[in-house]
Design a protein around this ligand. Structure first.
Ligand SMILES: CC(C)(COP(=O)(O)OP(=O)(O)OC[C@H]1O[C@@H](n2cnc3c(N)ncnc32)[C@H](O)[C@@H]1OP(=O)(O)O)[C@@H](O)C(=O)NCCC(=O)NCCS
Length: 429
């Protein structure tokens, strides 16, 4: 294969080197393009643009493949603990028994948050959205741990910041849940695993005993692994872009959470359930909503369908779908919106509009159904996505910092007015 690509711009031919990844993905290295030709590339939504090289996650949307550090998502979701995956993403290898014990212990010992954090919660108006709170809370950690502000503080300080964020995230997410309903907080228990601790802090009442249900723990562990990383998506790219200015990890991840909130990204899991409820309230006619989604004059989209990179069944959705069936059966949940979800799924998978555009149900379509069965309120769904995605954001940020990437600063093609003289206000018509 040729090692270069030739491009002819207004009669001037230029050769550009190719970059080939370990899975033979080919990229054209345009880093010298502007310098040698004066031209830039234009790619709305970065549909064709590789923003970085990365050794964390491999995704082939045409074949429905997702691997972290070479391991298939199917195996990881089936065999691993969430914190093991966090270690794998952040450090690059699966931990040995001893490495895992140290990692797990370090994280268990940092789960408490500073008591002053509650003062911030006290200032929120009742009913404010949990994602808005999560963005602020993660960012506020930079005030409690100012050593995180120094981008040159060294590897040990960087790892301390990473451990703190990983350890405190479940505590913060559970505080959001408890504050929403005005209940006293449940402190973290260092004897519990990461996932158990989160469930305990969320579902235990201060006045009652709470027994962790192994079905819920296993389902939650799997859901969190399935969300752990997804290469250069909107929120991971945001984390990298913000971090590239050497903003601290808390600020960078907080920006990633903001990107995740949108209904076209992680916010879709909340929108899926709201859509299913709306269809049910409207008589349960799934076909009516399929027709609305196909109507180009109607802004309605089927939430939880379609994906920027998967043009095949999302491998995570396959695993979650199976898990949803198991969890609902074991918990004995009879959710009427599930019937509507199944009807939508069947109709969409057999409808030419969806087949031609390769619009399959995505991970958010099924995750909301499980979260609901587990007892989470719908406004918390995207927070749960963030909790799972945290190791991925951290790994992306760490790789970007270690590879010493330059500040992210795209170019543009200017389309505004050309140079003109200023007109005094009394002379403007
Ligand atoms: C995920 C998503 C933003 C990807 O967007 P994208 O890569 O920019 O793809 P486009 O919006 O260009 O969609 C391609 C075509 O499929 C259609 N389409 C995409 N998603 C659709 C949906 N959920 N319902 C109906 N039509 C959809 C578009 O209208 C477009 O049709 P056209 O070619 O006739 O104009 C998009 O599929 C979507 O909005 N899905 C719903 C939200 C969601 O579930 N997000 C979570 C993603 S994990």
């Amino acid at each position: 294969m040729s090692e270069t690509a030739k491009i002819n711009i207004q009669g001037q031919e230029t050769e550009l080197p190719l970059v080939v990844g370990t899975e033979n993905e080919v990229g054209i290295d345009i880093s010298k393009l502007r310098g040698s030709t004066g031209a830039v590339t234009l790619d709305f939504g970065y549909k064709n643009t590789g923003a970085t090289t990365s050794g964390i996650t491999y995704l082939d949307g045409e074949k429905g493949i997702l691997r972290h550090r070479g391991y298939s998502i199917e195996e990881l979701a089936d065999k691993a603990e969430f914190l093991e995956i966090a270690y794998l993403l952040i450090h690059g290898e699966l931990p040995t028994k001893q490495e895992y014990a140290e990692w797990d212990n370090e994280i268990r010992r940092h789960t408490l948050v500073n008591g002053d954090i509650q003062n911030i919660f006290d200032a929120w108006p009742t009913g404010s959205h949990p994602m808005g709170q999560l963005i602020a809370m993660i960012s506020s950690l930079s005030s409690f741990y100012p050593e995180s502000l120094d981008p040159n503080a060294g590897q040990e300080a960087r790892m301390r910041t990473i451990t703190r964020l990983l350890a405190k995230m479940p505590t913060i997410c559970a505080m959001i849940s408890k504050n929403r309903i005005g209940h006293p907080l449940i402190y973290p228990q260092n004897s519990l695993t990461y996932v158990e601790n989160y469930l305990n802090m969320t579902f235990k009442h201060v006045t009652e005993d709470y027994e962790l249900d192994p079905i819920l723990v296993r389902a939650m562990n799997k859901l969190m692994i399935l969300h752990a990383d997804h290469e250069q998506n909107c929120s991971a790219s945001t984390v990298r872009l913000v971090g590239s200015s050497h903003a601290n990890l808390y600020a960078s991840v907080s920006a990633g959470v903001a990107a995740l909130w949108g209904p076209l990204h992680g916010g879709a899991n909340q929108k899926v359930i709201e859509m299913l409820e709306a269809i049910q309230a409207d008589g349960g006619d799934a076909q009516k909503y399929i027709d609305k989604a196909k109507d180009k004059n109607d802004p309605f989209r089927l939430m939880g369908f379609g994906h920027r990179v998967y043009k095949n069944f999302d491998p995570r959705a396959k695993i979650i779908k199976k898990s949803a069936d198991e969890v609902l059966e074991k918990l004995g949940v009879n959710d009427p919106t599930l019937e509507i979800a199944k009807k939508l799924e069947q109709a969409a998978l057999s409808d030419p509009y969806f087949i031609e555009r390769k619009l399959f149900p995505n991970v958010d379509f099924y995750s909301g159904i499980i979260y609901r069965a587990m007892g989470f309120p719908v406004e918390m769904f995207t927070v749960l996505f963030a909790l799972g995605r945290l190791p991925g954001w951290i790994a992306q940020w760490k790789e970007m910092m270690e590879d010493k990437h330059p500040i992210g600063r795209p170019r543009q093609i200017y389309t505004g007015p050309v140079s003109r003289d200023f007109v005094a206000m009394d002379k403007r018509s």
